[in-house]
Design a protein around this ligand. Structure first.
Ligand SMILES: NC(=O)c1ccc[n+]([C@@H]2O[C@H](COP(=O)([O-])OP(=O)(O)OC[C@H]3O[C@@H](n4cnc5c(N)ncnc54)[C@H](OP(=O)(O)O)[C@@H]3O)[C@@H](O)[C@H]2O)c1
Length: 325
């Protein structure tokens, strides 16, 4: 089978396309023929050895996939050859076939395409967990989303609107903002060209935002924290800007506000039942068209430089996926 592998840490140029023998499913595992594999920003960090999670070399990048079950290992139950499935394993999916514990697979409902199913789990899973379990959101509150046209950002915009929040979507270009408006944002702010704090103040009638969803970090974080309402919540999602901010803690005192960390991978491990319920909700939304699971671009595995480049150049609007065949 064809596989994209990382055998030395570094930029996407270090990756290699190789031929590998088909894997064999062990006890409790399924062999899955991958149809689509999806990239996330953290794939860039993993291949450069800059991520909190460090797979042993060599490994394939791409956490998420959709495809069909080909065979089952001893004792693997709940699935049959031919089932359409999706999974998110952290890494390993940029290849034609994968073995996966069956308890990490989810059946894809009718009405949801393989293309959209591949990249749904991490972005929407993170954003639903952030809004439901971490933000304690209430319908009618104002949600500010930074990096709103990216993978997790776009999911937060859509889910926020779906759950009854008033969404202010923020991004670095007018083209991105025009795109995001069609996903339920009530207002938009271009933080590259406008006075970000002044705009947030204007759009919240001077009250400030109830919730800020921050996957970007850098200088924007402190500006957003300064723009929170009384008892507001800043959700720390990630640092796509490359800078972990260190805002002054007196701001939390003055606003009676919270800075809340969101770690979706650890949530799955520690609270599997809550995660399972979130996935049921998300797949219902996706199958009924209530969320878009928007795909920005589909590439063959050979075009991996282009695929990774769209993410590193801040061009991706939603998900970048590989189509295997
Ligand atoms: N906490 C969790 O459990 C969890 C789960 C999944 C992902 N994450 C984290 O969330 C962050 C975003 O992930 P993603 O997959 O949504 O990424 P993405 O699709 O690449 O989107 C990131 C967004 O960040 C903005 N950005 C600002 N500076 C950037 C830079 N120097 N390079 C790239 N983008 C930059 C871009 O929007 P503008 O150009 O509009 O600024 C871009 O749209 C990552 O740090 C990831 O590790 C965290």
């Amino acid at each position: 089978m064809k596989a994209l592998i990382c055998d030395s840490y570094g930029p996407p140029e270090n990756l290699k396309l190789v031929d590998l023998p088909d894997p064999v499913p062990g006890a409790g595992e399924a062999l899955v023929a991958i149809n689509y594999a999806a990239l996330n920003f953290f794939d860039l960090l993993i291949i450069e050895n800059k991520y909190q999670f460090k797979p042993a070399l060599p490994f394939s990048p791409a956490s998420e996939f959709s495809g069909r079950v080909l065979a089952l290992g001893p004792g693997a139950q709940g699935f049959a050859p031919g089932d359409r499935v999706l999974g998110a394993l952290g890494f390993g999916a940029a290849r034609e076939k994968i073995v996966c514990p069956v308890d990490r697979l989810v059946k894809i409902p009718d009405g949801l395409s393989d293309e959209k199913a591949a990249g749904l789990t991490t972005t929407y899973g993170t954003s639903l967990h952030a809004l439901k379990q971490r933000a304690d959101m209430k319908p009618g509150e104002t949600l500010v989303v930074l990096g709103a046209s990216g993978g997790v950002g776009l999911a937060a915009v859509e889910l926020g609107a779906r759950l009854g929040l008033r969404v202010i979507a923020c991004a670095s270009s007018d083209e991105k903002l025009k795109f995001i408006r069609t996903f339920g944002a009530a207002e938009t702010i271009n933080y590259a060209t406008s006075d970000f704090r002044a705009e947030l103040k204007r759009l919240t009638d001077g009250r400030g935002a109830d919730i800020v969803y921050d996957p970007v970090g850098g200088p924007l974080t402190e500006l957003a924290l300064r723009s929170l309402a009384w008892k507001g919540r800043l959700l720390v999602i990630g640092f796509a800007s490359g800078e972990i901010p260190k805002p002054p803690l007196n701001l939390t005192l003055l606003k009676g506000c919270d800075i809340r960390g969101v770690f979706w991978g650890e949530f799955i491990r520690r609270e599997p039942e809550a995660h399972r319920q979130n996935m049921v909700e998300l797949l219902d939304y996706a199958a009924s068209g209530a969320i878009s699971a928007h795909v920005h671009a589909i590439h063959p595995l050979e075009a991996y430089l282009e695929a990774f480049g769209a993410i590193s150049r801040r061009e991706a609007l939603g998900k970048v996926v590989f189509k295997m065949n």
